[in-house]
Design a protein around this ligand. Structure first.
Ligand SMILES: [Mg+2]
Length: 273
């Protein structure tokens, strides 16, 4: 296997280097997998404010008429559907634990079941330990619980990390943490991630065929699993501003970059043509 050591700033731009991108498609039809936060909406201070813009919603719908489109998010599936204001797209919430398609409804998938009690206990403990810190947002989900600290005074960041560490130490066999952009995501400790989710979706939706090129657009650390899963199979596109120090030097398994959600919208419009 080839070791790819690209950083975000080294990648071609999927929009400006369009020729390079369409070369990769080689006439095959794309199946487009989209992360939600940071891809279809800019990152906002409060996750509940990440409502999709009218323009982006129209673009995603137009694309969905041309090719398969699936939104894959770490959020609860119903929350994503509400924020997007659509019910005619395939949406996979909770990192792919909870999949819903307009033609088939809920697609059963039991990888995350049996962990509800652990997640709900962890949520209670996090609330008790961190609830008094101004700015902390604890978001319980179907198969995980997220601790957002973007609005927290930096002085308190260490305290939050320590509480998360303690919680994990107490449940070494049951929980793991995935760090993200000013968020800790506590998930059941099972071998599942967005990469596994995308491969599962390709199979479940009948898209694992030679004439389909899966594209995956994501912006965060958890999306790297999807980029890696699509190596040699599809195309990974990381969304992030190459001048942003949080992004530029990051090692990535993606093939292309898009600078912003604005570029994502333009790129998706290009695909929808
Ligand atoms: Mg994201």
């Amino acid at each position: 296997m080839t070791v790819h050591a690209s950083t975000v700033r080294d990648l071609p731009d999927a929009l400006h280097d369009e020729g390079l991108f369409f070369e990769r498609l080689a006439g095959r039809r794309p199946a487009v997998f989209l992360d939600y936060d940071g891809v279809l909406t800019p990152i906002v201070d409060r996750p509940e404010d990440a409502v999709i813009s009218k323009g982006m919603r129209t673009t995603v719908r137009a694309l969905a008429r041309r090719c398969p489109v699936c939104v894959v998010s770490g959020r609860d599936r119903q929350v994503v559907q509400e924020l997007m204001g659509v019910d005619d797209l395939v949406v996979a919430g909770s990192h792919g634990f909870d999949i819903w398609s307009p033609s088939e409804g809920t697609i059963a998938h039991d990888a995350g079941s049996g962990y509800e009690a652990v997640i709900s206990d962890a949520t209670d403990e996090l609330r008790a330990a961190l609830g008094s810190i101004p700015g902390v947002v604890i978001e319980p989900k179907r198969a995980s619980v997220a601790v957002h600290y973007r609005l927290v005074n930096p002085e308190d960041h260490g305290r939050i990390g320590a509480v998360v560490d303690t919680l994990l130490t107490e449940r070494p066999e049951q929980l793991k943490v995935t760090p993200g952009k000013k968020v800790y995501e506590l998930q059941p400790k099972i071998d599942w991630n967005k990469g596994r989710a995308v491969l599962y979706l390709l199979e479940t939706l009948g898209l694992d065929t030679a004439d389909v090129v899966p594209l995956y657009l994501g912006d965060d650390i958890t999306d790297e699993d999807a980029f890696r899963a699509l190596r040699g199979l599809g195309v990974g596109i990381i969304v992030g501003h190459a001048a942003d120090p949080e992004v530029a030097g990051r090692a990535t398994a993606a093939d292309f970059v898009l600078d912003s959600t604005t570029e994502v919208e333009q790129f998706l419009s290009t695909l929808a043509r």
